[in-house]
Design a protein around this ligand. Structure first.
Ligand code: AR6
Length: 175
């Protein structure tokens, strides 16, 4: 199957998706919060998910941790800690790239065939959307080319504006 056929853009609530694993935009304390993290905690079951996260004692920026997803339709959650945007000269692109690469690596290692990403760092962490989307698409396409375990990647957006950016970028993607 051509690689780009494995990638889909969806507008909706990531907590509702029936995929093997969803990717949360977490903080380095894995302490829960607002945005997509808050929605995931609420839908998964706040207390159970916090107990599962507490085992790790946090997670460095640019890295990921895997937990069960409790009450969600998905099997598991990958918590990715994206960078806070500080102008782009503080390693933010590499750190964001690392989130996508590590999430894809965990999915492949666990044998998850479908994965849905939230737009890591694109909310309160302030990453410029156009720049984040280029990184997300490039890194995911690169990972799909290297390992065939994952058969479906969904970029789950909370609005049409964000979804259009992904669609544009995918149109221009070269594999
Ligand atoms: N489904 C899909 N996407 C969503 C949902 C949802 N239910 N809710 C929000 N989004 P953000 P960050 C989108 O702020 O920038 C938290 O407090 C949202 O529109 O959730 O990485 C954490 O605890 C945006 O495009 O994550 C951290 O402290 C994207 O998800 C901090 O925010 C990410 O926005 C992380 O900030």
């Amino acid at each position: 199957m051509p690689i780009l056929n494995k990638v889909e853009v969806l507008v909706g609530d990531i907590t509702q998706l029936d995929v093997a694993v969803i990717v949360n935009a977490a903080n380095s304390q894995l302490a829960g919060g607002g945005g997509v993290d808050g929605a995931i905690h609420e839908a998964a079951g706040y207390r159970q998910l916090q107990e599962a996260c507490a085992v790790f004692g946090g997670c460095p920026t640019g890295d990921v941790r895997l937990t069960p997803s409790f009450n969600l339709p998905s099997k598991a959650i990958i918590h990715a800690v994206g960078p806070i945007w500080r102008g782009g000269e503080q390693g933010e692109p590499d750190t964001l790239r690392s989130c996508y690469r590590k999430a894809m690596a965990v999915a492949a290692k666990e044998g998850f065939e479908s994965i849905a990403f939230s737009a890591i760092s694109c909310g309160v962490y302030g990453y410029p959307h156009e720049l984040a989307v280029v990184i997300a698409v490039n890194e995911v396409v690169c990972c799909l080319a290297q390992d065939s375990t994952v058969k479906k990647v969904i970029f789950c957006c909370f609005g049409e504006e964000m979804a259009d950016l992904y669609r544009q970028r995918l149109k221009n993607a070269t594999v």
